[in-house]
Design a protein around this ligand. Sequence first.
Ligand code: SF4
Ligand code: SF4
Ligand code: SF4
Length: 583
Amino acid sequence: MTDKKTLFIDGKEIEFTDEPNLLEVIRKAGMNVPTFCYRPDLTSFGACRMCVVEVEGRGIQSSCTMPPENGLKIHLNTEKTRRIRKTVLELLLANHDKECLTCEKSGSCELQKYAEEYGIKRIRYPEKPVEEYLPIDDSSPSIVRDPNKCILCGACVRACSEFQGHSVLGFANRGSKTVVQPMNGRPLGQVDCVNCGQCVAVCPTGALTIKSNIEEVWAEITNPAKTVVVQMAPATRVALGEIFGLPAGENTIKLMNAALRKIGFNLIFDTNFSADLTIMEEATEFLERLKSGKNLPLFTSCCPAWVKYLEDHHPDMLNHLSTCKSPMSMLSPVLVNLVPKHFNVERENLVVVAIMPCTAKKYECKRPELTENGRPDTDFVLTTQELGRMIKSAGIDFNALEPEEADSPFGEYTGAGTIFGASGGVAEAAVRTAYEFATGEPLKDVDFKPLRGTTNRCRDVELDIKGTKLVVRVVSTLKEAEKSIQEIKNGTAQFQMLEVMACPGGCINGGGQPRSCDDSKIKAERAEGLYEEDAELPIRKSHMNPSIQKLYQEYLEHPNSHKAHELLHTVYADKFANSYRDI
Ligand code: SF4
Ligand code: SF4
Ligand code: SF4
């Protein structure tokens, strides 16, 4: 007796197990049907009707909502299914601003792609008059919203609600007047959006796009008076290659260094270096809190979306946040203070650019606490996607580049720095250092594998630091973080450290990374790329980084010193109390 379950796709027998819908079975079999609204990480919505299939005896069905059944006979491309898809496309295009040439998503827009694949040359329906077009919303520091390109697939609404537990975006009005908009029709920059960009990552069209800073950065690079320095976050190196046809997870850091030099950046440093610096400060802070018993559990503070969420929704919990700036915002003031001395550059001619997997970093760099004399420490943040476009527009053959190293002294890093890019990485890096700081003994096995993972969004790991039992909790998505906050508030929390990353799986899946929403395997492969680099590096503990040790000897004195506090720590405030919390 066998439990084997099969169905037939275009006459071919396909085995299935626990796939939630026909579309997943179709994909598992190496085939596909088009869809705008289906995203494997989100609930099925069945809104766009592009994924229709013909099921013998059942007629036309949306494959994203129909569960697989033993013996079903399915046909993907019949006269009827193709006619329905073409009609859907024509109706969407009749309502759509078709200025594709100037659209940010041109080339990666799914509507454009399917219109071409289905040979749509003529639209039989009356087109929306230009007078009815809605204004573009440019108010967010991270995202541009063009409602005229929205096809009402609802993916952004589900991403915001299911990942972040937020309802920043929602449907409004009815019938032909239906729109997706921020709450109460307010501009996106005036609601409690945390800028995570997960809505952008799932949007199939140019309705939600990353706010680009490419042109400003080119203007600085091509200005001979300027010295433009760049740093890049851990997660970018295992995703950038995807834009150039390399597999997800392939570590392209040395090609990135070469590409950045060819583009014209003057000095190339690495945010992995300051991830090590973050650990020096955060591990010390954690041990101090454990000793005093105050402000526990400690919350990590690297993710600006998480920090903003806490400021917006739980200002009474801000004392739990580590006062450490994020690695990006630690490195920038170090560069602003030390590059002029080391490299003989005038401060006013120094421009700091950061390449991040993250749209929220565009917001972070504008925080007033992260400025000096009115000038941001980080002048511009570019996402991995934007760097990919710059490399292409500079005519660089990425895959033919010769590998190059970053510049010294802010380019050296340990394995602990590199794993920051994956959910659990910050906690693992902190534990490696905290153990040795607390015990004075070498940690033999630095791999804390239970802290790792891209699918389980909440993990508790019990650790033993020479008799002291600790529980570290790792969560990704703010929806999960909110559950942990409620545990703390109702007195049931049993953990002493809480690592939070707003994006599912951590920064490897940030809103600025190459789009991956149709393949959840990509997240795991990117994380694996980081763990492989960690395993291969000769030094895997942040406090063993010789450049970090030198920085403390020559400049910062010791972790949590007065100087370190001035440069590397920040404060948080209930700064949004009078703006939108009253909506
Ligand atoms: S950026 Fe994040 S919080 Fe803001 S609307 Fe999009 S998903 Fe929601
Ligand atoms: S903004 Fe994008 S993701 Fe959201 S409903 Fe419109 S097309 Fe879909
Ligand atoms: S998890 Fe990483 S990429 Fe996502 S918002 Fe936070 S810092 Fe940015």
